[in-house]
Design a protein around this ligand. Structure first.
Ligand SMILES: Nc1nc2c(ncn2[C@@H]2O[C@H](COP(=O)(O)OP(=O)(O)OP(=O)(O)O)[C@@H](O)[C@H]2O)c(=O)[nH]1
Ligand SMILES: [Ca+2]
Length: 485
């Protein structure tokens, strides 16, 4: 008689069915129980009122993870049309109106049920710092107008104020280090000021306490060195360079920082209308001068060098203008105009040696203005005319000003954003004001969800097979049961 297959006995079939149901149930429960819950988000809005323009940033983070886990991301950004709020000194109401369009966008971007709890901050930087120095009353009026406009929106308005240079530098560093995995210095080049922030190797804070800020981030304590140079943003430094070359009040000025064949008429009053240069205004000058280009990188570097004072330093070491700076340390992220300019010049690749950067710039500056315009018909002429000057300034500031060498220059990464968020002070500012700078490293689950599900499934299968195998001794007995034929 043919022996019956022990797998076909009613008992093993029942055990198998129950086993399969049990495994399916176990895996289903495990998957459902541990499934990432659909996220609810919270939001924060920061307006960066820079000297050249204002930008609005919306950040979002999972609602239940407010406090520490480093999950804040940029959801949206909006560039306000027109110039920075400091340019509305003569008609402050318009400063407020200028923000309306981006604020409406923010209303659409943030779900309406979250509007009332969403904090809204405005931070102004070097443009308003300069206006405040020049004309305090006008600066107050601009803030009044801006406040009035922002309070008309349904968000939780938290105030508008001027950031100190130290805050601007430090929050730029927080942003970069919140988003990046390794400790990175921050270099920010704005229109009216520039910031350098990094964690020095051995740092004697007492040497210049005003340049030091302490932070606790992801479980580590950092003593940060930071400095902001007012008037050394790219637009104000250009004014200084032009002022330096028009001291005698000439009718025509030949500038090595502009391309051969470049020629525009500039107004003396407009050029000297800034606290960065107003004291140098020539006593006797015509109304206008003709600004012409020569296109010589090395001569341009000499002009730029005259804008730094290297003679006095009361500390153990200085960058320039008598400002303390410890030795440079580690890698750096360089953003804002550092990125715009170096990206246009195709010089963002860190593997390009400093000497090659200079050679490329020399070549670029020498190129006639007509040819430059032909090659870049879509680039705004104002930006296009200034890349030779700005590139030369960037290289000179980094090497002569901050003392980057050909070795350390390669540690600078020119960046616009990190992991989808723009590099700048705004994220760090919001994290600080909402107490969300993560003091401790986040607790991450030991396994990702998919890995966890796979392991549960495999173990359940193994257990089931072991169970079936453990029943083997009873199979022969089953097969010897009398058979009803
Ligand atoms: N080439 C180029 N330049 C830009 C662009 N956007 C801004 N700039 C210029 O780059 C410089 C720096 O811009 P921002 O970083 O926005 O400066 P800001 O925040 O307004 O100025 P601060 O208050 O000094 O920080 C300014 O001279 C801008 O006019 C761009 O897309 N391309
Ligand atoms: Ca800025």
């Amino acid at each position: 008689m043919k022996e019956k297959n022990p797998w076909h006995t009613p008992l093993t079939i029942i055990i198998t069915v129950i086993g399969v149901i049990a495994i399916v149930a176990l895996v289903t429960v495990a998957v459902l129980q541990n499934r990432p819950v659909p996220q609810k988000y919270k939001y924060g809005i920061v307006l960066d009122a820079g000297s050249s323009h204002t930008a609005l940033y919306i950040y979002e983070w999972p609602a239940e993870k407010d406090n520490n886990t480093g999950r804040v991301e940029q959801k949206h950004s909006c560039k306000v049309k027109g110039k920075g709020i400091s340019s509305y000194a003569a008609e402050p109401e318009k400063a407020g109106v200028s923000l309306t369009e981006c604020m409406r966008e923010a209303e659409m971007q943030v779900p309406s049920r979250r509007h009332q709890e969403t904090p809204l901050y405005l931070g102004a930087t070097a443009g308003m710092r300069l206006l405040n120095i020049e004309n305090r009353e006008a600066s107050d009026k601009v803030f009044e107008a801006v406040e009035k406009a922002l309070q008309g929106f349904p968000f939780s308005y938290q105030g508008a104020r001027i950031l100190s240079g130290q805050e601007e530098g430090a929050f730029g560093w927080v942003t970069v280090n919140y988003l990046d995995d390794q400790t990175t210095g921050a270099l920010d080049l704005g229109g009216a000021s520039t910031q350098i922030s990094f964690v020095p190797h051995e740092y004697d804070i007492s040497e210049s306490p005003s340049n030091s800020v302490a932070f606790r981030l992801y479980g580590n304590d950092y003593n940060l060195y930071t400095h902001s140079f007012l008037c050394y943003g790219k637009d104000q430094v250009l004014r200084m360079a032009l002022a330096h070359q028009t001291q005698s009040g000439p009718v025509t000025m030949s500038d090595p920082c502009f391309h051969p064949g470049y020629s525009v008429t500039r107004n003396y009053n407009a050029l000297y209308d800034s606290p960065c240069v107003s004291e140098r205004k020539p006593k006797e000058a015509p109304l206008n001068f003709t600004h012409t280009g020569v296109g010589n990188f090395f001569q341009c570097q000499e002009v730029v060098k005259t804008l730094f004072n290297f003679t006095s330093c009361k500390y153990s070491r200085c960058s320039f203008n008598g400002i303390f700076q410890p030795p440079l340390q580690g890698s750096f992220g360089a953003f804002s105009a550092y990125y715009f300019v170096m990206n246009f010049l195709n010089l963002t690749d860190s593997s390009i040696p400093l000497e090659t950067v200079k050679a490329n710039l020399a070549n670029y500056c020498e190129t006639p203005w007509n040819q430059i315009k032909q090659q870049h018909p879509k680039v705004k002429e104002k930006y296009l005319a200034e890349y030779c000057f700005s590139g030369t300034y960037i290289v000179t500031l980094l090497t002569e000003g901050y003392n980057f060498t050909k070795e350390t220059f390669s540690k600078i990464k020119f960046i616009k954003e990190i992991k989808g968020s723009d590099a700048g002070w705004t994220l760090g500012y919001m994290l600080n004001l909402t107490n969300m700078i993560p003091a401790e490293a986040p607790d991450s689950p030991p396994l990702p969800h998919a890995g966890y599900v796979s392991i549960v499934t495999v173990i359940a299968l193994l257990l089931f097979i072991l169970f079936i195998l453990s029943l083997r001794p009873i199979w022969p007995k089953c097969s010897k049961q009398p058979q009803i034929v």
